[in-house]
Design a protein around this ligand. Structure first.
Ligand code: 13P
Length: 287
């Protein structure tokens, strides 16, 4: 059964480790992430962007698929199904469809509007027993056509949003989605420390997990990050393994064109990446 992300993240914050959010795109992706979590005995958050939801034909399909897998794969570790960077309308759709967690990304609104909309969703999630992630300070890079500049959040604004009773808070600290450019200045630990100082026990979320050096990940966890989002890295692993299979001509040998064979190396590569991240984040055996 899907669970809210609240308990797993509170435990992570208290235990100084982080739970990974891995974005899913299709059946193979979902199966790979769930299998990795079960094998590592780790809690996990499945992230679904609005674009990925649409790709999979809609949020109800995603809920049906994930619930089916939890049962058929006999998954016993805590799993949350979470909307990633949701609009207000997208959040309502996911509540309706049976997600266990949502993110409302109001970071591009003036803070008053972000507060007002987040407050409404706090009430809705409380009634449903769902977890809610809010965002202050937009995350740089491009995701589903939304381009952010990689701002550093204002710690006072973070406190204003945290005080509304959200479950977890994403604060921009110079992180961006996708690969980091050569001239990236690194995470702003000064901002992170100031945010944690004002928000106390609130689990903080680090977006753009792909390509952040290990020492920065560990330092971020020590400063209150309890959820780390990874998307691009699984896509790169999947693409590289699939390319290798095709370039080796394996699709031309025997029944190598069978999708169950052709997509297998990519799925194994996702699983390996997810496991590696779980080790790094410290969530292994924390189910
Ligand atoms: P990456 O694609 O950079 O790993 O970021 C994922 C993310 O933050 C999803 O919200």
């Amino acid at each position: 059964m899907l669970v809210s992300a609240q308990e797993m993240l509170q435990k992570a914050k208290a235990g100084k480790y982080a739970v990974g959010q891995f974005n899913i795109n299709n059946l193979e992706w979902t199966k790979a992430v769930l299998a990795a979590a079960q094998e590592m005995n780790s809690p996990v958050i499945l992230g679904v962007s609005e674009g990925a939801g649409k790709y999979m034909t809609g949020f109800k399909t995603v809920v049906g698929m994930v619930n089916g897998m939890l049962e058929e794969m006999k998954i016993t570790v805590p799993v949350a199904l979470h909307l990633d960077h949701g609009t207000y309308e997208g959040c309502l759709k996911c509540v309706e469809a049976g997600f266990s967690s949502i993110m409302f990304d109001g970071s591009h609104y003036p803070i008053e509007e972000n507060v007002a909309k987040t407050r409404e969703l706090v009430d809705i999630c409380a009634k449903k027993g769902m977890s809610l992630e809010a965002e202050v300070g937009s995350i740089g890079g491009e995701e589903d056509g939304v381009v952010g500049a990689g701002e550093c959040a204002d710690p006072q604004e973070c406190k204003a949003i945290a005080d509304l009773g959200v479950t977890m808070l994403a604060a921009g600290i110079g992180n961006i989605h996708g690969k980091y450019p050569e001239n990236w200045k690194g995470l702003s630990f000064e901002t992170l420390a100031a945010v944690q100082e004002l928000t106390g026990e609130m689990p903080l979320v680090l977006h753009g997990g792909t390509g952040i050096p290990e020492d920065m990940i560990k330092k971020a966890i020590s400063l209150g990050v309890a959820k780390i989002n990874v998307n691009t890295e699984c896509q790169l692993s999947f693409a590289a393994a699939t390319r290798e299979y095709i370039e080796a001509g394996k699709d031309l040998q025997g029944k190598g064109f069978d999708p169950r064979k052709l997509l297998a190396p990519g799925a194994e590569a996702i699983k390996a990446t997810v496991k590696e991240k779980m080790e790094l984040f410290g969530s292994v055996n924390k189910a």
